[in-house]
Design a protein around this ligand. Structure first.
Ligand SMILES: Cc1cc2ncn([C@H]3O[C@H](COP(=O)(O)O)[C@@H](O)[C@H]3O)c2cc1C
Ligand SMILES: O=C(O)c1cccnc1
Length: 359
């Protein structure tokens, strides 16, 4: 029988097409008419052309931008894999709602709408306003002992992200950033990285929020044991099995959002290690998603580099950040805005009466 999660994925990507190469060529042609030496805006030109290819139009400002911060808890924290207690997930959700987290500041500065989604925090938020209430469960199970979630929970988490992406597209958003909050989720992202890319646990497992040497060594051993438990007999497990056994509810929701955003021709900005793990799963499920992805930054978490290589993405920023929340993705949106501002507002050689290249 086909698992429910596979049906959710099939529905989310129905009719998906890669970005349009005719529009990318049109964008390149327009960039070459602007008053600058050919190609001199470097990767800003690539970004503008990618967005035009995604949207099938000559984009102008303002871009309609949003960041979704998906929050959930992780059973694996029982093994002491994070420098901070699980309660911080819940506490940080409250901080997002009152506007005090790093991603709030950056979203305000750069005109990005911010949405906070409870997809599996182990705390009762009752009717707290401003939070998108989509709790699937009170966090994942301890993946060292059993699968992180059931297929039904995975399906619901994927749907949360997919439905929010569909709604965002209907509301006219052209760019979405995915962010997360979930103490313990760098351990899940490391396990996903190993399962999807075949990397060694010692290379894919970092210090997260700041483990010391001894705790870091223990975390590596735990990731090794987790992979052995779930995938000892399969060298390339199905991405949905990876998500279900060693993922997280917020990671599944981000995967669902990325798949559905691409189907809606909405660009997706990945943030750090955890959101890029969700992006890698989305691409493993549907390779056509690749052209809709932009890597906002490169995180200091060592596994992030492995995932960016796997996805063949060059990050926009490299500021030695290792925060998550969508912070790096939102910062990168300021560069993307600049790319489209230049694309749409610069004079052409003809309009400004400037001589074109003679050699
Ligand atoms: C105060 C605070 C704010 C955060 N914002 C994002 N994270 C980040 O740290 C967590 C992952 O690291 P680990 O796997 O080591 O627990 C995630 O919640 C991530 O978004 C935070 C962590 C803390 C402590
Ligand atoms: O890369 C990230 O986004 C990250 C790294 C460490 C902790 N939390 C998030």
């Amino acid at each position: 029988m086909t698992p429910l999660s596979a049906t959710v994925v099939t529905e989310s990507i129905r009719g998906i097409e890669p970005p349009n190469e005719i529009w990318r060529t049109r964008a390149r042609a327009r960039l070459d008419t602007l008053t600058k030496p050919l190609g001199s805006l470097g990767r800003l030109e690539d970004l503008a052309a990618q967005l035009v290819a995604i949207r099938h139009e000559h984009l102008v400002l303002p871009l309609n931008k949003a960041v979704y911060v998906f929050a959930a808890d992780h059973g694996i924290t029982a093994e002491g894999v994070s420098a901070y207690p699980s309660a911080v997930t819940h506490q940080m959700v409250l901080n997002f709602l009152t506007g005090g987290a790093a991603v709030n500041v950056l979203a305000r500065l750069h005109g990005v709408a911010l949405h906070v989604v409870d997809v599996g925090v182990a705390a009762d938020f009752d009717n707290i306003e401003g939070l998108l209430h989509h709790k699937v469960s009170n966090g994942t199970k301890n993946m060292l002992r059993e699968a992180a979630m059931t297929d039904e929970e995975l399906s619901r988490a994927l749907l949360v992200g997919a439905q929010l992406a569909n709604e965002a597209a209907v509301a006219g958003h052209t760019i979405l950033a995915v962010g997360e909050m979930g103490i313990g989720n760098t351990t899940a992202a490391s396990a996903i990285t190993c399962a999807i890319t075949g990397s060694a646990e010692s290379l894919a497992t970092g210090r997260g929020t700041g483990l010391d040497d001894a705790a870091h060594a223990r975390k590596i051993a735990i990731v090794e044991a987790v992979l052995k438990k779930h995938f000892a007999n399969s060298t390339s497990p199905h991405p949905l099995e990876v998500l279900r056994c060693v993922g997280g509810l917020e990671i599944a929701a981000m995967t669902g959002m990325i798949l559905a955003a691409a189907r809606n021709r909405v660009a997706i900005i990945a943030d750090g290690f955890i959101s890029t793990a969700a992006a890698a799963l989305a691409v493993a499920l549907e390779p056509k998603v690749e052209g809709y992805l932009i890597a906002g930054h490169r995180s200091e978490e060592p596994g992030h580099r492995l995932l960016l290589d796997y996805l063949k993405l060059t990050p926009i920023l490299d500021l030695e950040m290792r925060l998550g929340e969508g912070s790096g993705a939102v910062l990168a949106m300021s560069i993307i805005k600049s790319a489209i501002g230049l694309y749409s507002q610069m004079a052409t050689f003809t309009s400004a009466g400037i001589s074109e290249a003679s050699l």
